[in-house]
Every structure is written in structure tokens, then in C-alpha cells.
Design a protein around this ligand. Structure first.
Ligand code: CTP
Length: 402
């Protein structure tokens, strides 16, 4: 399947380095040409000889070793390969990549290559959730680097949490999907809404909510990675538009309504991750409202329910809704799923630690109208998004066969 594809596996110094052996072996079984670069610390966890034997190629560790295959080896290798996967990727290597530091063979190749780069983070959960690591990951995503995992579970330090490297089989599957150009959603058109709408009271104030937009942006990225032509209708957020995605910026629920409805008939799948204000101020003051020391009432009028309207109008489209709840999660979510006529509802309890607004991770359940339910453990929002894309692919399949 990977005949003629040249892959560089970068291995950094984490206990998951042993899984690199399986990645290399699986890639070779698929007929890929595999090269390996290790950091010095990685050689403490797994012997270069193991990886040399499995890859059937020399292993690069030191910048100043005698050349093995080429004269200026880090540049030649950077130009030779079709794809680079760093697995495991430690917090340290992610930080180096984020600032473009090149102080050993692997980090130098990562700076020199123009090939697509994938990273599979592996680290203790506190290190993964640290804002510095999250900022670094966000910078890598902005640059088009694809992140695989991590997953949740038992960690080598003896605790449970998020930060385990994804399994070799999943990593190889992601690379194969990418290299065979076989995005499962090729030829499909997707529309995602993200962020919290803002409903102006006067020229300087608005009614808003706590949605950061992170989940919606991750979904747009995952849909685009899977080959869908993706439009992101976004309320104001701090996130950069994922590479390849078309963004349409809106502020209010009414603007979002117009932007979504206008495009709906040409779209195959809509994911409504935005937190849409249910009400807006009845009047928007033309000038800044001045205080006068007394109580003030703001009259609110209802906004249209965009998702419910899509549910009424839908023909062959797949509709995905979200339910962010603070109580009675499953009952409220079930009710929303039927009321809004969606094909899948993503439910999350935003009061749980590790879930909800602004958090880099989420804990969700997928609910289907036929009563099926899938509960997921805590995982990065990007992994939630990729799981959602897998379900969307099979829902679209069902829809087109009918
Ligand atoms: N939604 C929408 N338009 C609205 C309100 C919500 O499209 N005016 C969508 C959201 O994008 C989300 C789903 O409906 O996909 C559920 O949103 P939520 O705010 O959880 O539900 P509500 O319908 O507002 O219900 P409630 O206020 O009773 O929780």
C-alpha cells in the first residue's frame, strides 16, 4: 500500500519509544521505505540497532557522525522523504519545533524538510495539559503539522490521564490514509459553526457566552484533513483558521443564521458546534448606554434556532448538533437530538474537569436517533473531532446508499 513512499520516523526520548519499533515494522510491511532519526535521549530507551534492523536503513543520531547515505545528510534526508512522523514526540521536542530550534540531527531535519510532518505526543498528563505545551501544539497546528493523539489511560509514572501515545496501529493508519490521498470525505462539502455569538447592547457592549471556539476549529481541521471542502462560519475567537479551510466571520446569531442558511442546500454535512445566543437585546442602543444609578431592565427577544431550522429543511444532508449541559446530560441531549432532527448529537457535561469551554480536552458521548450511544474517555478536542469525522463518513455513506 505504501510502495514507493519514503517515510522518516523521528524518535525522541520518552518511554513510548519502544512503540516506534512497531510503527517502523508496520510501515515496512506496507512496503514503505523507512528512515529513522533518534535524539540522544531516545537511544537511552531503545537501541539504534533495533530500529536499524527493522527499518533496514542506517539510524541517524548525531549531526557530526560520518555520512551514511548522503554527503550533507540532514538536508538530503529532509528533501528525500515524503512524510515525517515524530513518535513519540516529547514535550521538549514539541517546544523545540514550535520555536524552530535545531540543536540535533532530528530537530534540524524537521526545520529543513518541506514534507508534511505528523507528531504523536507522549508525556505525563500534567505536562501535556500545561499551557506551554498546549500553546506549542496550537502553533504547530497553525503551521499545518498534524497531531495524532494522545490517548487517555495508565501512564508510566503510575497515574491515569491523558498523554499516552496513540497505538502504533492507529498512527500507521493515519499516515496511510494521508499518503494514499484517500480522505474519507473527498468530494464532500462540510460546514462547521464555531465560537460563541455576541449580541450587541450598544456600540461597546454585548451579551456573550464562554465558548472559545476550540472544538469547532478542531472539527473544521479534522474535516479538511479527511478531504472535505470545509467552510467555517465563526463567531469571534482567538484561533487561527486551520490551513485549507474557508472562514466566514460573523458576530451575531442572526448573521450566523444567514451565513449557514445561504449555503445549506449545497452542503453535505453541517456540524453546529457554535454556542448560539438564544436571545438578543430587543434594541441596540446607537450610543453607549450611560449609568444612572438605578436598576435597568434589558428586554430580550428570541433568536431563531439555526439547527432546528436546518433539521426542518434537511433533505440528504447529515446534521450534527452539540449539547453542552450542566445537568441531566443524557436526558437533555436525547431531547435536543429529536427536537432538532439531527443524525448525531455530541453531548458533553461542561461542568466536568477536562471537558467544556476553553479546555484543550473534552469528554463526550455521541448519541444517535436509533438509540446507539458511544461514550468516550477524556481526549484532546482534535481527537474528539477525528472520531466525529469517522462517524460522519459512515453516516454519509448510509445517506448516499439510501
Ligand atoms: N443552536 C442553534 N441555534 C440556536 C441555539 C442553539 O443552532 N439559537 C444549536 C447549537 O449550535 C447546538 C445545539 O443547537 O448544536 C444545541 O444548543 P444548546 O445551546 O445546547 O441548546 P438550546 O437549543 O439552546 O437549548 P437549551 O437552551 O434548552 O439548552
Amino acid at each position: 500500500m505504501l510502495s514507493g513512499k519514503k517515510i522518516l520516523v523521528g524518535v525522541t526520548g520518552g518511554v513510548a519509544a519502544y512503540k516506534a519499533a512497531e510503527i517502523i515494522s508496520r510501515l515496512r510491511k506496507l512496503n514503505a521505505e523507512v528512515h529513522v532519526a533518534m535524539t540522544k535521549s531516545a537511544t537511552e530507551f531503545i537501541a539504534p540497532l533495533t530500529l536499524r534492523t527493522l527499518s533496514a536503513n542506517p539510524v541517524y543520531v548525531d549531526m557530526f557522525d560520518e555520512p551514511k547515505l548522503w554527503n550533507v545528510e540532514h538536508i538530503a534526508l529532509a528533501e528525500h522523504v515524503d512524510l515525517v512522523i515524530v513518535a513519540p514526540a516529547t514535550a521538549n521536542m514539541l517546544a523545540k519545533m514550535a520555536i524552530g530550534l535545531a540543536d540535533d540531527f532530528l530537530s534540524t531535519v524537521l526545520l529543513a524538510t518541506r514534507a508534511p510532518i505528523f507528531v504523536a505526543p507522549a508525556m505525563n498528563h500534567a505536562m501535556y495539559l500545561h499551557p506551554a505545551t498546549q500553546d506549542n501544539l496550537a502553533r504547530l497546528v497553525d503551521r499545518g503539522i498534524q497531531i495524532i493523539g494522545p490517548s487517555t489511560g495508565f501512564q508510566a509514572c503510575g497515574t491515569e490521564g491523558i498523554g499516552r501515545m496513540s497505538e502504533a496501529v492507529e498512527i500507521v493508519e493515519s499516515l496511510t490514509r494521508f499518503l494514499s490521498g484517500g480522505g474519507s470525505l473527498k468530494g464532500k462539502k462540510a460546514l462547521v459553526t464555531a465560537g460563541g455569538t455576541q449580541e450587541p447592547l450598544d456600540p461597546v457592549r454585548y451579551l456573550g457566552n464562554r465558548s472559545s471556539g476550540r472544538m469547532g476549529y478542531a472539527i473544521a481541521q479534522a474535516l479538511q484533513e479527511a478531504g472535505a471542502e470545509t467552510v467555517l462560519v465563526s463567531a469571534p475567537t482567538d484561533f487561527k483558521t486551520p490551513p485549507g479551510v474557508t472562514r466566514i466571520s460573523v458576530q451575531t446569531a442572526l448573521e450566523m443564521y444567514d451565513a449557514v442558511l445561504e449555503r445549506f442546500s449545497e452542503i453535505d454535512v453541517v456540524v453546529k458546534a457554535a454556542a448560539v445566543a438564544d436571545y438578543r437585546p430587543a434594541v441596540q442602543a446607537e450610543q453607549k448606554i450611560k449609568k444612572n444609578g438605578t436598576n435597568r431592565m434589558i428586554e430580550l427577544v428570541p433568536n431563531p434556532d439555526i439547527l432546528a431550522e436546518l433539521g426542518r429543511r434537511k433533505t440528504s444532508q447529515v446534521l450534527i448538533g452539540f449539547a453542552a449541559e450542566t445537568e441531566n446530560l443524557l436526558a437533555n441531549a436525547q431531547d435536543k437530538m429529536h427536537r432538532k432532527n439531527v443524525n448525531l448529537l455530541v453531548a458533553n457535561d461542561v461542568t466536568k474537569p477536562g471537558a467544556g469551554f476553553g479546555s484543550p480536552t473534552n469528554i463526550v458521548s455521541f448519541l444517535f436517533p436509533d438509540g446507539r450511544r458511544i461514550d468516550f474517555p477524556q481526549m484532546s478536542k482534535l481527537e474528539v473531532a477525528r472520531n466525529l469525522v469517522r462517524e460522519i463518513a459512515s453516516l454519509l455513506d448510509v445517506e448516499t446508499k439510501e
